[in-house]
Ligand binder design. Structure first.
Ligand code: FAD
Ligand code: UDP
Length: 378
């Protein structure tokens, strides 16, 4: 039997929100118990070691931020390496650099100068400019055409986006594509942020540091018959909940939809399979969206060849069904409205803190999730 209020916080979920919260709470002299329904800690950044390679079990994770405070915080726990994300797109057997930059424009059109590239894009945009005649783009298709024009839209955006989201581009919100940089310099760095990298030793090293000295339990579902809110509040003063918000309220307004990804992971008997961590397949001819070669996140130069095998994962984007991992919130009207209703309920809870991407039903990168957890202790 548990004593009354054994803990200051019961933290449901050991992802970056829960783990960062637990770290700061422990520093502040608070006693925490972290539970997770999965058989391991770390949430979606958890890596499995296969053949000496850290395999990103829940999809490739690249840490990037403009927030120096967050960067200094994570580096104070584990140093980060110099990995810079430079994905390559494979469209019908030809390779193009991403994000859209002078390398891409040269590969597509043979242009040599920024001026030539800008002229070409202006030509490509002329049809959509005429169509919109000053109106704001209303959907992802219009936004993409306004940004880069028809050729790039058709080769590098349309099919990839439809595979990823399972919906036509003209039924998707424009903001999804706004975060892709467009540059008239030869720079393949996918992110504009000044800080970027992977923790040396992998993400598990970061999670282990965050949870050092904190009591944790895996294979422990908050909604199993021997847990639940009543029991939780009998042992802890407050609950930090990082699971899905609709489940917390027993789906009273309905189920929120998600997009998810399934992975086909295999070992290849070669030290270097595709020469890059990320290759996107941007045509419908290939059923998966991208192929991740995990070793390139953490091995550089000779180290790639010192490790004789490699692990690759094909990513298949699919609609979420019960029992799958909820990955990306769906930002349509039905889901946004329902999520607002749940968030309004959550705001009224005095003893429960809702944190992280599942409890807020918002897509967050890692750094903002850490920032939000840190804010509770400022
Ligand atoms: P999570 O990591 O999902 O942790 C939530 C935890 O709660 C899980 O461990 C879950 O098992 C547990 N839980 C849920 N319900 C219960 C329950 N009932 N009982 C007990 N435990 C429960 N961000 C980047 O910055 N860069 C990237 O490159 C990047 N790539 C991504 C790729 C993919 C495919 C996805 C889906 C996300 C990516 N992200 C990336 C975002 C990143 O994964 C999130 O920002 C981060 O994982 C959020 O942490 P979290 O703690 O909110 O959630
Ligand atoms: N995108 C694309 N082609 C690519 C890569 C991305 O069209 O090769 C689009 C796609 O619509 C995607 C969006 O850009 O949803 C954002 O891409 P990002 O890589 O930021 O998405 P993530 O996979 O990290 O969610």
């Amino acid at each position: 039997m548990y004593m009354q209020h054994t803990y200051d916080y019961l933290i449901v979920g050991s992802g970056l929100f829960g783990a960062t919260f637990a770290y700061k709470a422990k520093q502040a002299g608070k006693k925490c118990l972290v539970i997770d329904k999965r058989p391991h800690l770390g949430g979606n950044v958890y890596c499995e070691n296969i053949e000496g390679i850290n395999v990103h079990k829940y999809g490739a994770h690249i840490f990037h931020t403009a927030n120096k405070k967050v960067w200094d915080f994570v580096n104070s726990l584990v140093p980060f390496n110099r990995y810079t994300n430079c994905p390559v797109a494979n469209y019908k057997g030809k390779l193009y650099n991403l994000p859209f930059n002078m390398n891409t424009f040269h590969q597509l059109w043979g242009v040599l100068t920024p001026e030539e590239a800008q002229d070409k894009i202006a030509q490509e945009q002329s049809k959509i400019r005429e169509q919109l005649s000053g109106k704001e783009p209303q959907n992802l298709e219009e936004q993409a055409l306004m940004l880069v024009g028809e050729d790039i839209y058709n080769k590098l955006i349309k099919d990839y986006t439809e595979k990823q989201w399972g919906r036509p581009c003209n039924c998707l919100p424009a903001f999804i594509i706004k975060r892709l940089p467009l540059r008239f310099v030869f720079d393949n760095n996918y992110f504009n942020d000044p800080y970027q990298g992977i923790p040396i030793g992998g993400y598990n090293a970061l999670i282990n540091k965050l949870l050092e000295g904190v009591e944790t339990r895996t294979d422990c579902d908050f909604f199993s018959s021997d847990w639940g809110l009543k029991k939780a509040l009998s042992i802890a003063k407050k609950i930090v909940y990082t699971g899905p918000i609709d489940q917390f309220y027993d789906y009273r307004f309905g189920h929120l939809d998600w997009r998810t990804v399934s992975f086909k992971t295999r070992i290849e008997q070669t030290p270097n399979y595709q020469g890059n961590a990320v290759v996107n397949y941007t045509s419908h001819d290939v059923p998966y969206t991208r192929v991740i070669e995990h070793k390139h996140f953490e091995m550089f130069g000779q180290a790639v060849y010192d490790c004789p095998k490699t692990v690759v994962s094909e990513e298949y984007s699919t609609e979420y069904k019960e029992g799958m991992e909820p990955f990306y919130p769906i930002n349509d009207e039905r889901n946004n409205t329902m999520a607002e209703q749940y968030r309004a309920l959550a705001m009224q809870e005095k003893d429960v803190i809702f944190g992280g991407r599942l409890a807020q039903y918002r897509y967050f990168d890692m750094a903002p999730v850490i920032e939000m957890a840190l804010q509770y202790f400022e």
